[in-house]
Structures are given as structure tokens and as C-alpha cells.
Design a protein around this ligand. Structure first.
Ligand code: ZN
Length: 435
């Protein structure tokens, strides 16, 4: 096994270089970053291919085969990022600056850090002459994750299934330590919620704004809707991931209201993170009505970002709406209908992750979680029903409360110690799985 210090150094240097490629999506512009990764991986014996749906935005597939049958292990990552406003940052977001033991820059957590750690691990062990004894190692770095993966993971899995088919995927989604009530838990993302964004429309009758009661103002009808969404939420519902998670925190999943209240009393921050695991969430984000200030609108539209527990569909959204605002007085038009999916949590891969966590952080535990957001793991589970996809990037030096606000936020950074920790995990995993 490569030394931790060497892995840390190499992952740090690579992350700095990756951050300096501005891969803000849109437009993404991932070509140069992907070419660097390709060149590095080819240098230690990987067969590499750049596969692009559109010019200048390739996905990288790097492969190392063995002579015998065995599991195909895919380490996954995306190289695009969201935007950054330099005025809000203390450093240049594309500097990759090293400060206070951290690498700073857009993508330092989401997720050039993991791409760098996975690559550093592969470069180190393959550079020492290691080759899989069985199965196959595949590194896949996608473009276009941040705007929905139409040119990235979705396209790859649908258009080139033979190039990316695998049995195990390790991707982003969880792994940062959470301290709660004397317990330390590391999430392993085994599922993502579905995405059901929609527009809610209210209708009335147009008229001159100088005589308010002459018309029927559709915008005003949004007030009770907004209030209900702000004050209420659908009743909590249990599913396998929150059940395991609540148990790991020492709480009773049989009483969800009580469990969340118990969490809130000890640490309100944890309650905020746990709640979305327990059902449909409805977040109003955009509103529009009249196009003229002196015209009472006959129609108002509210855009709602809605996330639904894995394997549930549109009916779960409509039922949540009925619960909160009744059935009448509005219409719903869906823009996205992506049903979330999950992998089983009780597997040898989970065992390996647990063993790593227990060894690195005695007393701590690895716990399956469902991601309120979305990730590329979805496309692998959907295209290859037997494929097990987990999100795990272990972080111990920076905890969840520090990391979470930095993702897509200002001053995104990652401790170099965590880059070394993660790279060690990936190196170990490759050796253990592919033997
Ligand atoms: Zn990401």
C-alpha cells in the first residue's frame, strides 16, 4: 500500500491543478481537465477513452483489465462545478490556493477533491506495478453533472452502456463525519431522492389595478399556498435509510415525530439535515404573475422544487400537496419526473467501508443514508439494475456542519488531511475488491 503522506501530497497537487481549470457548468468546458486526467492515467497503464456527446465536453473512461473474471469496480466523479462569485470569496475561486491546511477553490468539495483522491490512489498503486488480479478497475469522470447529466452520466449510461457497465460504483454523496450526542457517524449514500419539480398555477380574472375588487387577483391566491408550504410539511414517512440512520443516532425509528424532536432538542442543525430523509419536500423557489404593474393578474405561477423519497412517484407529490393545501384552487404541471432509486445497504461493500471507518476513527460507525439531492449514481442504478452504487468520500478533519454550507457556497475548501484519508480508502478498496 502506498504511504498516506504520499497519497495526500499527490491528491493535493492534483486537486490544485483541477481547480485551476474553470469548469463552471454551464458551459462546463471540461476538455482540458479531462485531458490532464487521461494523460496521467495512461502514464501508469490505463486504457483511456474520451467520449463526448458534444464538442469540448468529453467524459473520461479509464480502464484496467485483468486476465480473470471478477467484479468490475468503478470509481466515479464529475469534473464540472457550479459557478462562483469571486466577490464573495476570500481567495480567487480558481486559484487552488493552499491555506490553513486546506485546498481552496470551486470544486474543492463538490467534487474535484474526490476525483483527485481517486486518481491519486490509482496512480500510486498502478505506478507501483499493481494490476487487478481479477475483475476490472474503471475510473469514470463525467462532465455535466451539475445541470442534469444530459451530456454526462445519463448519456454515457444510455449511449455507451458497454463502456461503463460495472458491478460496484463508488461516487459522491456522503462520507463526512457527523458528531451527535457523543456518537460519530459517517454517512454512506445508498440512495438519492427523486426530482419532481413543478409549476403550481392559480387563476383569477384580470382587471385594472386601480379598482382592486373589480377583478380576481391570482397572485393573492398564492399567499395561503406559500404560507402552508412555509409552516407545514407532509407527515413523516419511514424508509430503510432513515431507519438505519436514526438507529445509529440512538433514536427510535418507530416514533418519527419524537425522534426528530429529540434530535432538535440536542442539536437543531442535525434535525434540519435529517428531516428531508423522512418524506416529500416542497420548496417554493420562483414566482411570477402579471407582466404589468397596473394589471391585476389572471394567472400566477409558483415554481416548486420537490424531492421525493426513492421509488415513489408523482402520486406522492400530489398527496403531499393535498395534505398541505387541499385539492382545489390550483393546477400542477410537472417539469421533471425522475423517480429516485436505491441500492441495498447490507452488502460486502458496506462491510468494507465500515471496517475502514472503525479502523480510522475508533468508536465511529458507517451508516447508510439517502441523499436529499441527486447524483450520477442514479444513472448507473437505472441502466444496470444489478449494479451497486454508493456515495462515499471519507472526511474526518472537516465535519458535516462545516462542509455542508461550503458546497455550492463561497470559500469552498477541503482539508488536505481528508484528501489523504480518502485516497487511502480508494487505494485499499481497489486492492481488496479486485483480488
Ligand atoms: Zn457533485
Amino acid at each position: 500500500m502506498p504511504e498516506r503522506a504520499d497519497l495526500e501530497r499527490s491528491a493535493t497537487e492534483l486537486l490544485q491543478r483541477l481547480i485551476r481549470f474553470k469548469t463552471v457548468n454551464p458551459p462546463g468546458d471540461e476538455q482540458a481537465a479531462q485531458e490532464l486526467l487521461k494523460e496521467l492515467l495512461e502514464g501508469v497503464g490505463f486504457e483511456c477513452e474520451l467520449l463526448a456527446a458534444v464538442e469540448g465536453r468529453p467524459n473520461l473512461v479509464a480502464r484496467m483489465r485483468s486476465a480473470s473474471d471478477g467484479p468490475r469496480l468503478c470509481l466515479l466523479g464529475h469534473v464540472d462545478t457550479v459557478l462562483a462569485d469571486p466577490d464573495e470569496w476570500s481567495v480567487d475561486p480558481w486559484s487552488g490556493e493552499l491555506r490553513d491546511g486546506c485546498v481552496w477553490g470551486r470544486g474543492a468539495l463538490d467534487m474535484k477533491s474526490q476525483v483527485a483522491s481517486e486518481t491519486a490512489a490509482a496512480l500510486a498503486i498502478a505506478g507501483e506495478g499493481w494490476r487487478p488480479e481479477a475483475g476490472e478497475l474503471i475510473l469514470v469522470f463525467t462532465c455535466d453533472e451539475e445541470t442534469g447529466a444530459a451530456y454526462g452520466a445519463q448519456w454515457l449510461c444510455e449511449q455507451h452502456p458497454d463502456k461503463v457497465r460495472c458491478d460496484l460504483v463508488v461516487n459522491e454523496g456522503a462520507g463526512t463525519v457527523l458528531d451527535f450526542d457523543g456518537r460519530r457517524v459517517y454517512g454512506v449514500c445508498v440512495a438519492e431522492k427523486g426530482v419532481f419539480r413543478f409549476t403550481l398555477t392559480t387563476r383569477g380574472k384580470a382587471g385594472h389595478a386601480s379598482v382592486p375588487r373589480i377583478a380576481d387577483n391570482a397572485l393573492v391566491k398564492m399567499a395561503p399556498v406559500l404560507e402552508a408550504l412555509a409552516d407545514g410539511r407532509p407527515a413523516y414517512a419511514l424508509s430503510p435509510e432513515p431507519e438505519a440512520f436514526l438507529r445509529a443516532l440512538g433514536l427510535d425509528p418507530g416514533d418519527l415525530e419524537g425522534a426528530v424532536q429529540g434530535i432538535a432538542e440536542k442539536d437543531g442543525r442535525v434535525a434540519i439535515l435529517v428531516e428531508p430523509m423522512l418524506g416529500v419536500t416542497l420548496t417554493p423557489t420562483m414566482i411570477s404573475a402579471s407582466e404589468k404593474v397596473n394589471v391585476i393578474p389572471s394567472r400566477a405561477e409558483l415554481a416548486i422544487d420537490c424531492r421525493v423519497p426513492p421509488e415513489l412517484g408523482e402520486e406522492a407529490v400530489l398527496s403531499a400537496l393535498r395534505e398541505l393545501i387541499g385539492e382545489d384552487g390550483y393546477e400542477v404541471r410537472f417539469h421533471d419526473r425522475i423517480v429516485g432509486n436505491r441500492s441495498p445497504a447490507d452488502t460486502p461493500l458496506m462491510e468494507k467501508i465500515s471496517a475502514f471507518v472503525r479502523r480510522e476513527d475508533p468508536g465511529a460507525e458507517a451508516v447508510p443514508v439517502v441523499l436529499p439531492g441527486f447524483s450520477d449514481s442514479h444513472w448507473w442504478r437505472r441502466a444496470f439494475p444489478d449494479c451497486l452504487a454508493y456515495g462515499f468520500f471519507p472526511q474526518r478533519a472537516m465535519d458535516l456542519f462545516e462542509a455542508f454550507p461550503l458546497i455550492h457556497g463561497a470559500d469552498e475548501r477541503v482539508p488536505i488531511e481528508d484528501l489523504g484519508l480518502a485516497a487511502s480508502f480508494y487505494a485499499e478498496l481497489m486492492e481488496e475488491v479486485l483480488r
